[in-house]
Design a protein around this ligand. Structure first.
Ligand code: ADP
Ligand code: MG
Length: 429
């Protein structure tokens, strides 16, 4: 008897799990599925890559197969995540394709979505913004929804969807089952849970909440902003698998992309400024191994599951400490070994201190900073300095910007910055 068989799922689901080669449930699946099957409201807290999607899709499909007049609604923060869940749903329903799904996100014209809604879907996967637009126009209603699922609820709150979530919760029947999934657990999430879940809810955690995945080997490299590019190139060249790069802005995504392309590296990118078509193509190419490198900003990359990435690079430190854990959670998924390399500049020091606090608090491993200079950069510098001898006569003296000395010492590793609370102010002599 397979592990999944112990959960007594319907044959069409077991068949699909076989086809998907899911041999045994992950810890969150093992804990959550039996409880969700009973109809209980559930909060699921588990780190990224632990199989939360199947944890809520399997019992939801069971419900829909047993209740032919009912529908289910999954809310997600991004279009990509909606597409990803839809793909998993199609795989899960391959032996019961009559349990149809529809994706409702901002990328597609509303009229097209309405046309598709004419065949009443059993599962709606939606981003809150577009769903609320349809509801306000009374394009359709959600009276048959018996299960409401909020996936990546923490990120939906971060993205400012609180009012929309309230509105949707009011539009679905009171008598329903609600499931809320989140990688993190804090005051905001518990407040949301109080609002949308019944009082008899059960909270299920697997692994420490928001803990960095243990299968990921973390590296931290001290450098300067200008030193990052060469280091990046070196990391990518040393890596045989695929690399996912995170950076802070859309403009930086573009410029790093151009830089790497200049070295003949196949790259594509996802960020909020690109069309949905372009973003989908980029993800598809990455998933199909047609490109080696994908560059992304945090929001665009949230929740995306690209199973085979071996290496995540934090070109910039994330603004929000939690995002560090989410980012490195993109590798080492489903217990694959992975590697995460982060570049640390003097400017990002306070962000790093906050990340270290979070890693400590969640009992995660904290990487030690190393100083590394790209060998390629060093070679180029040698060549340049010889050239400089020739050029030097014609050059005006340059003055380095204030703080350049400290920045240099930082990159060389001769300055060791302590967290703010450990720094002592020296009394003036
Ligand atoms: P999460 O939402 O918790 O971050 P996902 O649901 O995206 O994680 O799952 C991560 C990966 O693990 C996916 O590629 C998924 O197909 C795979 N996976 C999930 N459950 C199992 C299982 N029981 N056996 C094998 N692989 C699984
Ligand atoms: Mg997920």
């Amino acid at each position: 008897m397979s592990y999944f068989e112990k959960l007594r799922l319907l044959p069409v689901i077991n068949q699909a799990l076989d086809a998907l080669e899911f041999k045994k449930p992950t810890p969150i699946q093992e804990k959550a599925i039996p409880i969700i099957l009973k109809g209980t409201d559930v909060i699921g807290n588990a780190q990224t890559g632990t199989g939360k999607t199947a944890a809520f899709c399997i019992p939801t499909l069971t419900y829909l197969l047993n209740n032919k007049a009912k529908a289910a609604l999954i809310l997600v923060p991004t279009r990509e995540l909606a597409g990803q869940i839809d793909r998993f749903w199609k795989a899960l329903t391959q032996f019961c394709p009559e349990v149809t799904s529809i994706v409702i996100t901002g990328a597609v014209p509303m009229a097209t979505q309405l046309k598709r809604m004419e065949v009443v879907p059993r599962l709606i996967i939606a981003t809150p913004g577009r769903l609320v637009d349809h509801l306000q126009l009374k394009n359709f209603e959600l009276r048959s929804v018996g299960v409401l699922i909020l996936d990546e609820a923490d990120r939906m709150l971060d993205m400012g969807f609180r009012a929309q979530l309230d509105e949707i919760a009011r539009a679905v029947p009171q008598k329903r089952q609600t499931l809320l999934f989140s990688a993190t657990w804090d005051g905001d999430i518990s407040e949301l849970a109080k609002k949308v879940l019944s009082h008899q809810m059960v909270r299920i955690t697997a692994g420490k909440t928001s803990q960095a995945a243990q299968t990921v080997e973390q590296a931290l490299i001290k450098t300067t902003e200008s030193g990052k590019r060469d280091l990046l190139l070196e990391e990518i060249n040393a890596e045989r698998g695929q690399v996912l790069i995170f950076t802070s802005t859309q403009a930086k995504v573009e410029s790093i992309g151009n830089y790497l392309e200049g070295y003949g590296i196949e790259v594509n990118s996802i960020h909020g400024g690109r069309t949905q078509g372009n973003r989908n193509t980029a993800l598809k190419q990455f998933r199909e191994h047609k490109i080696k490198v994908l560059i992304a900003t945090d929001i665009a990359a949230r929740g995306i599951d690209v199973p085979e990435i071996t290496h995540v690079i934090n070109y910039d430190m994330p603004q929000i400490a939690d995002d560090y854990i989410h980012r490195i959670g993109r590798t080492g998924r489903a217990s694959l070994e992975g590697k995460a390399t982060s570049f640390l500049t003097l400017e990002d020091e306070t962000k790093w201190v906050a990340i270290v606090e979070l890693l400590k608090r969640t009992g995660s491993t904290i990487p030690k900073a190393v100083t590394k200079r790209a060998t390629r950069a060093a070679n180029i510098q040698d060549v340049e300095s010889e050239m400089e001898v020739a050029l030097v006569k014609n050059r005006k003296p340059t003055r380095s910007h204030p703080g350049a000395r400290r920045e240099n010492q930082w990159a060389k590793g001769t300055v060791n910055v302590k967290p703010a609370h450990e720094q002592r102010i020296k009394p003036k002599a």
